[in-house]
Design a protein. Structure first.
Lengths: 251, 636
């Protein structure tokens, strides 16, 4: 199979800082190898910008293998781009056509202000996590691991939810900018583990309250979050969170 | 200066317990009066910050990413070792200790490695209590698998995302302490310098990466958990932001650097495809449990792998190492891959790859079983290469993955600078000359959860620490120095980008200080690197300004450090005229081409003291083996 290099046009969101207004700027990159990743394309463009004495485009990224959750761009209107179940850094140029114009924007949500260009501030997630995204255990005070059996089905399901990488695509995709899937994934993971039951009520109440305080919107079951989630976290998480929530407040 | 490892007296198995009793303890009421800095939020940093906060210390925890949860420990796939012996296959603390010290080719400290094996079981207990969803069998018991260099199944895992789940466990403990008010986190903050007051580590200078502000943070002790220096090679399996600057700048302030030439090249990575490539992706070593490594017997065989009949394939690891087969340690597997490619039997477009074939396993266990075990890894492979590894063998090639070298520390994890402690991959570590699979997670968490919370108390209780303030001369001067350094980088406005320089130093390191090193190559490298360094400081082009988010400036500062660190790596590799673990000197091999140690002359840790650029003094910490007898490693 012969692979041909492509010319790609990019409309990229440029914004100096959180106070300035931003705009889309058009760039063209020639001779793009289809095996190149989308972020490597931005690297190549940035090298060209630096050489031309222009400011490079700022975008967050780190592991470049889909696990750290740091990268996140809205590509052609979709969080993390056209491929379902992948992060931005896993996207390859072979998914695009020669001569295509690709629009690239940051996550857009009230709770995620833009810092610069495509970089946003997701610290609201941290503050939600601090309210209950944990099981309290003193270092060294843990019982023998083998003393509690966990049914394989529960461990597997908990792992499905625990796979969340905290990238924020769910918020970016939601018409209400709700963080329900992110919070529900953590609540579901921890409440499925026997070790997480004692704090289940306190956890869900405090996390939900903080989620509101951070100005994330309410969930109205659009399901856009599930569609863009790079780890395919199922929306059943939100149903689980609601059940935990009602259990907590009706107690 | 004489190096004192501070290894406690007494029988090996009793050293740690005895030491814990003998160490001084800070009165619980006084703990809150101490301010501690932890740099890094990976397994070692997050677990340390959380545990120290829990004890009552006031902790500041810094990381360069936008969240502590993103530290590159998250990328670890395969698993974590522990001597639980849940599989009843004869494992024990002693066997884990023995495998680890043997796997490290007898270049680690006995007492440290034994302690690591001892606390391995506490780590699993701790993580399970935090809700880490380890893989289970029907019936609810733990599922375990085996890793390279071991004949028992002692590795605990959470799908192919063990590092992620363990890090999220440590991160959740950290966030609980943030809520409790004992730990304050500083994301998007990069440590630029270590500040010494009266010869003790008393704080750091940071740059807020989002705003460009330079800040001084005084403390009573500083803990570095900033990972390894593999990104010096440009292409590696590390994250793009991983770097060596925190440990390097501490080194230049007086912390000795231990065994800088000990670098691990991981055998199972996806081969490189083009110049634009920014990183290499690792495929977990656990794949070698079921995958079989081979190349064609014939040189330059360009047929598709599925068209090459069994009798024309060379399963070279199974052939050469019948006992361990595909499960030999990483250094052995990597070197053998290089050898067959050097012979002209490599596969793929570049000829720099070998096959990892699952056909036998799929026939034996069925597609669903293999998918359940490795599904996410196969998916990742397809995403990157556009090939389906269930139908056609994977192509793999070694890549830089881990650095066993790092800042020298004593048994208490303290460096040669009083008050500066170093944890995890950032220290010269318990892995000797080669780390076994699933042992990095173990060491990071051991240092953070179970060692530093005790040993830091001993330092704080036994040290006189005068009151300091960020307005003191030492801090003001350090901030000024760092501002000027950044301004210098921005003002050069030369013709080569930071990335071009990074690629250049990386290629040189890979060529001359990579999988095989020899005297003339190392000497050539040492001639080239000062020239490249000079060129960097005269001709680098850094974009933008310092008063805003500027990743290009961040990278420039880090690449400048690789230009210096690279020289020390080569110097260490040159002086160590033996092969051991990941350090293969071509002049020192057995008739069969295996690494040949020289115990008479090199049974020591080389700890390098920085004098000035290009000038280091070596100090030796002799390694004494009282409980194991170093033998030539054999995995045949």
């Amino acid at each position: 199979m012969e692979k041909r290099n492509m010319n790609i046009h990019l409309k990229i969101w440029r914004q100096k800082d959180s106070r300035s207004k931003g705009k889309l700027v058009l760039y063209t990159v020639e001779d793009v190898n289809p095996d190149m990743s989308f972020l490597e394309l931005l690297d190549v463009l940035n090298e060209q910008l630096i050489t031309r004495d222009e400011e490079p485009i700022e975008f967050d990224n780190d592991c470049r293998e889909g696990i750290c959750g740091m990268c996140g761009l809205v590509i052609q209107g979709t969080a993390h781009g056209p491929n379902p179940g992948t992060t931005t850094c896993e996207l390859r140029m072979r998914e695009f056509e020669d001569g295509e114009t690709i629009t690239v924007e940051p996550w857009r949500a009230k709770a995620f202000p833009v810092i610069k260009d495509l970089v946003v501030d997701r610290s609201a997630f941290e503050r939600v996590m601090a309210k209950g995204g944990f099981i309290t255990v003193r270092t060294g005070g843990a019982p023998e691991a083998g003393s509690v059996r966990v049914p394989k089905e529960d461990a597997d399901l908990a792992m499905d939810y625990a796979a969340c990488i905290g990238c924020g695509a769910c918020v970016a995709a939601c018409p209400n900018a709700s963080a329900a899937l992110f919070v529900a994934a953590k609540v579901s993971h921890l409440s499925l583990m026997p070790q997480g039951r004692p704090e289940a009520s306190r956890r869900v109440e405090r996390m939900a309250a903080q989620m509101d305080a951070e100005q994330f919107g309410a969930c109205s079951n659009h399901g856009e979050c599930e569609a863009v989630c790079p780890k395919k976290i199922p929306i059943t998480a939100i149903a689980r969170m609601r059940r935990e929530y009602w259990k907590a407040i009706i107690r | 200066m004489r190096l004192d490892s501070k290894v406690p007296a007494g029988p090996l198995a009793e050293k740690w317990d005895r030491h814990k009793f003998e160490m001084k303890i800070v009165n619980p009421v006084n703990k809150r009066k101490f301010n501690l800095i932890v740099v890094g939020t990976g397994l070692a940093g997050a677990s340390a910050a959380a545990s120290l906060g829990e004890l009552g210390y006031q902790v500041k925890n810094f990381c360069i990413q936008d969240s502590p949860r993103r530290a590159h420990s998250i990328g670890a796939q395969g698993g974590i070792n522990a001597a639980k012996n849940y599989q009843n296959d004869g494992d024990s603390v002693w066997r884990l200790f023995y495998d680890t010290i043997k796997g490290g080719d007898y270049r680690a400290r006995e007492a440290n490695v034994y302690r690591l094996a001892q606390v391995s079981n506490n780590i699993i207990d701790q993580c399970v209590a935090q809700g880490v969803p380890f893989a289970r069998e029907y019936g609810g018991l733990f599922a375990n698998r085996s890793f390279g260099g071991a004949l028992v199944a002692r590795t605990f895992y959470a799908r192919g995302q063990t590092g992620q789940q363990l890090l999220l466990g440590a991160y959740s403990a950290l966030m609980a302490q943030v809520d409790a008010g004992t730990v304050e986190i500083f994301p998007r903050h990069e440590m630029l310098d270590l500040v010494l007051v009266d010869g003790k580590a008393r704080g750091i200078i940071t740059r807020n990466l989002a705003t460009g502000t330079y800040e001084a943070h005084p403390a009573d002790a500083v803990i570095l958990a900033t990972g390894g220096y593999g990104t010096a090679y440009y292409l590696s399996t590390l994250a793009t932001n991983s770097n060596a600057s925190a440990i390097w700048r501490a080194h230049k302030k007086g912390a000795f650097f231990g065994n800088p030439c000990f670098v691990q090249i991981h055998p199972t990575c996806i081969p490189r495809s083009g110049d634009y490539q920014s990183k290499l992706t690792l495929m977990s070593e656990s794949l070698r449990n079921d995958g079989r490594v081979w190349v064609p017997k014939k040189k330059g065989d360009k047929r598709s792998p599925n068209d090459i009949p069994e009798e024309e394939r060379d399963y070279y690891l199974e052939r050469k190492y019948p006992t361990f087969g595909n499960m030999v340690p990483r250094d052995v597997a990597s070197r053998n891959a290089k050898d067959v490619c050097d012979e002209g039997r490599g596969v793929g477009e570049t000829g720099l790859a070998v096959y990892l074939d699952f056909k036998t396993a799929i026939e034996k266990f069925g597609h669903p079983t293999i998918e359940e075990k490795y599904g996410n890894l196969f998916e990742m492979y397809t995403l990157i290469t556009d090939e389906n590894a269930y139908e056609i063998p994977m192509r793999i090639y070694p890549a830089v993955h881990y650095t066993m070298g790092g800042l020298w520390v004593d048994y208490n994890l303290m460096s040669t600078i009083p008050g500066l402690h170093v944890l995890g991959e950032a220290n010269f570590s318990d892995h000797g000359a080669n780390r076994l699979g699933a042992s990095a997670l173990m060491q990071g968490l051991s240092d953070g959860y179970f060692v530093i919370p005790y040993t830091i108390g001993d330092y704080l209780a036994g040290t006189e620490l005068k009151k300091i303030s960020p307005n003191d001369g030492e801090f003001k001067q350090a901030i000024e120095d760092m501002k000027q350094r950044d301004q210098k980088l921005l003002s050069i406005k030369g013709n080569k980008t930071v990335k071009e320089f990074h690629r250049e130093i990386g290629n040189l390191l890979w060529e001359y200080v990579g999988m095989a090193r020899k005297e003339d190559g190392l000497k050539h490298f040492m001639q080239e690197i000062p020239k490249l360094r000079d060129e960097f400081w005269q001709n680098v082009r850094v974009a933008g300004s310092a008063d805003t988010l500027n990743k290009n400036l961040e990278f420039a500062g880090r690449v400048a450090d690789y230009m210096e660190l690279g020289e020390l790596m080569a110097l260490d590799a040159l002086h160590r005229r033996e092969s051991c673990g990941g350090h293969f000197r071509e002049e020192s091999q057995t008739e069969e081409g295996e690494a040949l140690r020289d115990d008479d002359n090199f049974t020591y840790v080389a700890a390098w003291e920085y004098k000035q650029m290009g000038n280091w003094e070596m100090h030796k910490e002799a390694l004494k083996f009282e409980d194991v007898t170093p033998t030539q490693r054999s995995y045949k």
